[in-house]
Ligand binder design. Structure first.
Ligand SMILES: Nc1nc2c(ncn2[C@@H]2O[C@H](COP(=O)(O)OP(=O)(O)OP(=O)(O)O)[C@@H](O)[C@H]2O)c(=O)[nH]1
Ligand SMILES: [Zn+2]
Length: 185
């Protein structure tokens, strides 16, 4: 459970730490706003991807399904700054598919947590394998990390690309190439 009292207390301490007046008009509601914001951006911790992937539809042909350009916002666990971009998810069914919106909902479950991009990529792939049991899944995420662009090394425009494969995608270069070709279309 997200503890809003602790978040409010923590935000007040940060404001004091940077020398702010926590009682000035513009800041008086900020601890409360941030507590509410975290129930949204860390809300995935209280969700289970299974809830979205457990409603399935029978299909006769097991052709590849690709949902691409799923925009997401997540938060990096090292600096608690946003990273954001697009996720692309392909799977080869094993007699069953999920509703298309559930693919994006699965991304949200894992993006709305403190994350590493590599871990986000792997968790999405594992959720598909564990719940939908497809023949294979491939996930690619392209993202900009604001901890790299607005602070530290300050390299605006640099993007991090992560890819993971499970099942038949792991062994088949041909399937991986099909995924990359479909992304370009
Ligand atoms: N692998 C990985 N690294 C990340 C991710 N998000 C942020 N990072 C990196 O986490 C690292 C943390 O490095 P540290 O040296 O502990 O922290 P820091 O002193 O703030 O590092 P700098 O960003 O280089 O200033 C940095 O290199 C970030 O670029 C991510 O999703 N995956
Ligand atoms: Zn970071």
């Amino acid at each position: 459970m997200i503890n809003q009292d602790k978040i409010r207390e923590g935000v007040r301490l940060i404001l004091e730490g940077i020398g702010e007046d926590v009682n000035r008009e513009g800041l008086i509601e900020t601890p409360d706003r941030i507590a509410r914001m975290y129930t949204e951006i860390a809300g995935g911790m209280e969700e289970d991807a299974a809830a979205h992937l457990n409603k399935r539809f029978h299909v006769d042909s097991n052709e590849m399904v690709l949902e691409k350009d799923i925009v997401f916002f997540s938060t990096c666990e090292h600096h608690m700054l946003p990273f954001f971009g697009k996720a692309h998810i392909a799977y080869i069914p094993n007699g069953e598919v999920v509703g298309l919106s559930k693919i994006a909902r699965t991304v949200e479950v894992f993006a709305r947590r403190l994350q590493l991009q590599e871990q986000l990529t792997a968790q999405i792939a594992d959720a598909f394998m564990d719940n939908l049991h497809p023949q294979g899944v491939m996930v690619m995420i392209e993202a900009e990390h604001t901890c790299m662009t607005m602070r530290g090394i300050k390299k605006p425009g640099s993007r991090t690309v992560t890819v993971t494969t499970r099942g038949v995608f792991k062994e088949s270069e041909q399937l991986q190439n099909t995924f990359y070709q479909m992304l370009r279309q």
